[in-house]
Design a protein around this ligand. Structure first.
Ligand code: ASP
Ligand code: MG
Length: 300
C-alpha cells in the first residue's frame, strides 16, 4: 500500500467511526441537504474568507449551495432532539487560502446538534469521541499507520480551555491560532469566539459568546466549531439585521424561528482536517483523491 492510499483509507475509517459513534450515542442520522433557501452566512467570522455563496435558480426560487447545515439543524432538532449529518459543504475560499494547509473549498463535516444541551454537554461528548477514536484506529487501521510510519495519536482528555481573548492577549491579533497550536501537544478548546448570528452571546459579558472551537496541536489548527445557539426569534431577527444580511435569504428561516425553536447546542467536526491531523499530512487535501484546494484548478 502506498502512503497516499493509507491516508485515503484512514479518512474513510474516521468517517465510519463517526457514523457509528453518533448512532451508539442515540443520535438520529439525517441525509445531507445540498441546496437550501437559508444557509450559514459564514460571517462575520474573522476566520472565514469566502468569495461568494453560489446560487441556483429553480422554479422561481433562489437556492444556495450548502455552506453548513446549522440553520437546518435548528429546524430539525426541535422534534428529533439529537441529530447528526455527514454533511458536504461548499465554501468558495479566496485563492490566498491555497497555502494555509487547512482549507478546501469542498469538504465534509460530521455536523450534530442536541436539543436543550449546554457547552459542557457538547465538550464532554466530543472528548469521548476523541478518546475512543485513538483505540478504534489502533485496532482498525494499524496497517495504514504502519505504512505511514506513525503511531496513532493518543488523545488525553479533558482538553485544556482558553478564551479567544486570552490567546489574543498572549499571541497578538493576527496569528494567535497558529502560534497557540504550535505551543500545545494536545488539542485545546478555544471559547468565546466572535461568530455568526446563530451563536448565543454571553448573557452579561458584551462581546463574549457561548461557543467553542477545538484547535489541534503541533500547528494543525482549527478542527471543530460549535456553540450554544440563539433560538429566540426577536434576537435572531435583530442580529441578522445587525450583520446586514440579505433578509430575503433568511425570511424562511425566521418564519421557523417565529413558530419556536428549541434551545440547542452542537458542533461540526471537519472530517478531512481530522484525517490530516491523524496522518500528520502537510495539506488537508492530501487525504482525498479529488481535492478541492482554493486557487488550484479542478481537474475533473
Ligand atoms: N457546523 C458548525 C456549527 O455547528 C458551523 C460551521 O460549519 O462552521 O456551528
Ligand atoms: Mg470555524
Amino acid at each position: 500500500m502506498k502512503k497516499e492510499e493509507a491516508k485515503i483509507r484512514i479518512l474513510g475509517k474516521i468517517f465510519r467511526y463517526s457514523v457509528d459513534f453518533f448512532h451508539k450515542k442515540g443520535f438520529v442520522q439525517l441525509m445531507p441537504v445540498i441546496l437550501g433557501k437559508s444557509v450559514d452566512p459564514l460571517g462575520p467570522d474573522p476566520g472565514s474568507s469566502i468569495e461568494k455563496i453560489p446560487e441556483v435558480e429553480y422554479q422561481g426560487d433562489v437556492l444556495r449551495l450548502m455552506t453548513s447545515m446549522i440553520l437546518h439543524k435548528q429546524v430539525a432538532v426541535k422534534d428529533l432532539k439529537k441529530i447528526f449529518i455527514m454533511s458536504p459543504n461548499i465554501r468558495l475560499e479566496r485563492p490566498e487560502r491555497k497555502s494555509t494547509g487547512q482549507h478546501l473549498f469542498e469538504f465534509t463535516q460530521a455536523d450534530f446538534e442536541i436539543a436543550e444541551a449546554k457547552t459542557d454537554d457538547v465538550l464532554s461528548l466530543l472528548e469521548d469521541y476523541y478518546k475512543d477514536l485513538s483505540s478504534y484506529l489502533e485496532k482498525e487501521a494499524s496497517e495504514e499507520f504502519s505504512v505511514l510510519g506513525l503511531d496513532v495519536f493518543g488523545f488525553k482528555v479533558p482538553f485544556k480551555h482558553y478564551t479567544t481573548h486570552e490567546l489574543i492577549e498572549k499571541y497578538g491579533d493576527d496569528d494567535w491560532e497558529e502560534k497557540a497550536s504550535m505551543d500545545e501537544e494536545q488539542p485545546f478548546w478555544v471559547l468565546s469566539h466572535k461568530r455568526e448570528f446563530y451563536d448565543k452571546e454571553h448573557p452579561s459579558k458584551d462581546g463574549h459568546y457561548l461557543n467553542y472551537d477545538l484547535v489541534y496541536p503541533l500547528g494543525f489548527c482549527e478542527g471543530i466549531s460549535g456553540a450554544e445557539r440563539e433560538h429566540e426569534y426577536e434576537r435572531l431577527l435583530m442580529r441578522i439585521k445587525r450583520d446586514k444580511l440579505d433578509m430575503d435569504a433568511y425570511s424562511q428561516y425566521l418564519e421557523f424561528a417565529r413558530k419556536g425553536f428549541s434551545s440547542s447546542a452542537g458542533a461540526g467536526i471537519g472530517m478531512e482536517r481530522l484525517a490530516r491531523f491523524m496522518t500528520m499530512s502537510e495539506h488537508v487535501g492530501d487525504v482525498s483523491v479529488f481535492k478541492r484546494v482554493p486557487g488550484i484548478a479542478v481537474e475533473i
